[in-house]
Ligand binder design. Structure first.
Ligand SMILES: *Cc1c(COP(=O)(O)O)cnc(C)c1O
Length: 360
């Protein structure tokens, strides 16, 4: 077996020790003679796995006791609608700060439920920056203010949490959750699909302050209702048990490796290496404002786009996969989530330099 370095934006690379531990337990979990996938979600061993995953996530992120942690389905995309359905609580409007395509999609979905105030957008700069906080046009009566802390496609990340006053801040953390510490108490709600920085696809984590839930739009099915899910430990119906279990393994792995501060140090170093190289020559370019460059998704273009196909072909031959950029941006994108080892970034840099020697 030889593992490649997988730079895919998601589903994405997973920590090898986690994959090995899961493989070892695949046929026989904890001496029970069956795998976790084959077990009822109501059985005690799975309930234990589920509870530990929540406790470990709470420890990792230092989640205050007045926040619920939900393990849901439907991806971040379903949350684009569930958030207004659950958080409007009778209010007519919500604020959206749009710094990329995901935020734009979230705002569009919310329009079915409320009036959407586009408080700020960096679309005019092709989402290469974050509008100055001083220029945001926030509505003090908004039910919440939605941001996308890391725009996966454009590689734009909030490196600080913006202050939006008393209006609850909602963050789509799909591609940055667990990459560095975050002060959960500054948010009303944090959500993330699992398939980038947590585990396999199929699970969506929602962390929500408990006073914000319970008043929902008329006719909302209980399965979409955060308060109902919280009261039923996210088991109103069969949850994605395998993804939940694997997420739990990832949480334990992160805790054993020094938690989010340790992850932040490595992630910052990995990103800094790539940006330093990108800025130091002119064969490759990253267009993002230096103040908000993502630690997780690093897009870059070749000065001569006709070389893109050769670049990708050579990368694949060198064991570097998933580098093709999103069609909205073109060029390349290196996604360097927690599970991408520093050696993967070094191998990518070696390849990029060698490609310049051959084609520059
Ligand atoms: C990937 C991604 C999504 C979409 O996630 P799904 O799980 O496919 O719905 C939404 N927001 C961000 C920031 C993402 O990176």
């Amino acid at each position: 077996m030889s593992r490649i370095f997988n730079f895919s934006a998601g589903p994405a690379t997973l920590p090898q020790p986690v994959l090995e531990a899961v493989a070892a337990e695949m046929l026989d979990f904890d001496g029970l003679g069956m795998g976790i996938m084959e077990m009822s979600h109501r059985d005690k061993p799975f309930m234990q796995v589920a509870a530990e995953a929540e406790a470990d996530l709470r420890a990792l992120m230092n989640i205050p006791a007045n926040y619920k942690v939900l393990f849901l389905q439907g991806g971040a995309t379903a949350q684009f609608s569930f958030i207004p359905m659950n958080l409007l609580a009778g209010k007519a409007s919500a604020d959206y700060v749009v710094t990329g395509d995901w935020g734009k999609k979230a705002a569009k979905a919310a329009k079915s439920f409320c009036s959407v105030n586009l408080a700020a957008t960096s679309e005019a700069s092709k989402f290469t920056t974050i509008p100055d906080r001083a220029e945001w046009k926030l509505n003090p009566d908004a039910a919440y203010c939605h941001i996308t802390p890391n725009e996966t496609i454009h590689g734009v990340e909030f490196l600080d949490t913006p202050d939006v006053g008393n209006v609850p801040l909602v963050g789509d953390f799909s591609s940055t959750i667990l990459s560095r510490p975050v002060d959960v108490s500054k948010y009303g709600l944090i959500y993330a699909g699992s398939q980038k920085n947590i585990g396999p696809a199929g699970l969506t984590i929602v962390i929500v302050r408990d006073d914000l839930i319970g008043t929902v739009v008329d006719g909302l099915p209980p399965i979409f209702n955060y308060a109902e899910q919280a009261a039923n430990e996210s088991m109103l119906n069969t949850p994605p048990t395998f993804a939940w279990y694997m997420a739990g393994k990832v949480f334990k792995c992160l805790l054993a490796n020094g938690g989010l501060e340790a992850m932040a140090a490595v992630n910052q170093r990995k990103a800094a290496k790539l940006y330093a190289y990108l800025d130091g020559q002119d064969f490759y370019t990253n267009p993002v404002d230096k103040a908000c460059r993502s630690w997780m998704n690093i897009p870059f273009t070749l000065a001569n786009a006709e070389l893109d196909a050769d670049f990708l072909k050579g990368a694949k031959a060198a064991g570097l996969n998933g580098l093709k950029g999103h069609r909205a941006v073109g060029g390349m994108r290196a996604s360097v989530y927690n599970a991408m080892p520093e050696a993967g970034v070094d191998a990518l840099l070696d390849y990029m330099k060698q490609f310049v020697v051959q084609h520059g």
